[in-house]
Design a protein around this ligand. Structure first.
Ligand code: NAP
Length: 325
């Protein structure tokens, strides 16, 4: 028997239960990981509250973790029992002491990257990798707008962009978060609860506006983000922290300057083993170089996953949050 978090109906954090379960044996092509640290992500909230439907109920939860391979199924060759590994994809179930998933979703962890740092950065760091290096491949010298700059993804993005010689204008919800984003390398910050974002972007860019906006806030910021783009700029809408963006009339892209719009996901960028390996190497290089430091600002026991999610949804967290099994 092992412990995990599960939910039998969608809803608030109160639907999460900490229960005993019988971990499955890994089937062909699968591995079983003994988690040492688990990543907390906004997507976990979307599954819990039903915005993203879980495949079935009761459902386990969580897609990011780091630990030791404890058992392997037939045909698994690239990892073996005892290997230190991390993952940020695959079936729900990372919120558990033991998690079974396809071996192809797992990467080996370099010795100098701890389980906690890996669990705090795999999903968020790989996301930043594709956003800054693939969705809009930054070359250096650009000024960009990145929303929620003091959050988990945002904290890594500010540092990675700085390493690429890119100026980040980061939006934040408080003065403390502005300080944090600046410490992480943001060139300027805007408190989007108090300031007019498009006007401030106009001032900061001498009227040029920005070639790309990375927007994970969603509903509340969508239109403002379009207003911050230079003609033919790219709107990258990659999250729903304030609610999903719905009912967009694509004519608005014409009205606001022949804009481009994309709605990417990590899954869509790590759809092959080769891509996952390549992107992980890029992330691990950045972590090992010290150019990106992962701030684990909150740690919760796995049993308290509901409290952790409550803090994330209420905008009380900064940087990354991990759960300890
Ligand atoms: N598409 C992908 O591949 C992908 C992958 C990873 C993450 N994401 C998305 O990226 C975003 C960040 O993820 P994360 O786990 O690192 O979370 P996070 O940024 O640590 O937390 C979300 C932040 O969003 C801001 N926010 C603005 N309005 C909000 C609202 N109404 N409710 C809650 N938060 C609000 C808050 O910062 P302020 O207080 O500063 O406003 C909050 O701290 C999420 O939307 C997530 O879904 C997408």
């Amino acid at each position: 028997m092992a412990k995990r978090i599960q939910f039998s109906r969608t809803g608030g954090p109160e639907v999460l239960e900490y229960v005993d379960f019988e971990p499955a044996a890994p089937q062909a092509g699968e591995v079983r990981i003994e988690n040492r640290a688990i990543g907390l992500n906004f997507i976990d909230i979307y599954f819990r509250n039903g915005l993203y439907p879980a495949p079935s109920l009761p459902s386990s939860l969580g897609i990011e973790g780091a630990g030791v391979v404890e058992a392997v199924g037939e045909g698994v060759t690239h990892v073996a029992v005892g290997d230190r590994v991390a993952y940020a994809q695959g079936p729900l179930g990372a919120y558990a002491q033991l998690h079974v998933l396809p071996a192809e979703k797992v990467v080996k962890l370099p010795e100098d990257i701890s389980f906690e740092i890996a669990a705090a950065s795999m999903l968020k760091g790989l996301t930043v990798q594709y956003l800054l290096r693939q969705t809009f491949p930054l070359e250096g010298g650009e000024t960009i707008l990145f929303h929620a700059a003091a959050g988990g993804v945002g904290s890594i993005a500010c540092q990675w962009a700085k390493a690429l010689n890119v100026k980040v204008i980061g939006t934040v919800g408080s003065a403390e978060k502005a300080e944090l984003a600046k410490r992480n390398g943001a060139w300027a910050t805007i408190n989007y609860r108090e300031e007019n974002v498009a006007e401030r972007v106009r001032e900061l860019t001498d009227g040029a506006m920005v070639p790309v906006v990375y927007d994970s806030v969603g509903k509340d910021t969508f239109i403002t983000s379009l207003d911050c783009l230079a003609p033919r700029g790219l709107m990258v809408s990659f999250g729903n922290a304030s609610g999903a963006v719905e009912g967009v009339n694509i004519g608005i892209l014409n009205q606001k300057g022949s804009l481009y719009l994309t709605r990417p996901s990590l899954h869509g960028y790590t759809d092959t083993r080769e891509r996952l390996e390549e992107m992980s190497l890029d992330l691990f290089d950045l972590l090992e170089s010290g150019k990106v430091k992962v701030d684990i600002a909150q740690r919760f026991d796995l049993a308290d996953a509901g409290k952790a999610q409550e803090a994330l949804a209420a905008r009380r967290t900064t940087g990354s949050t991990i759960l300890i099994p």
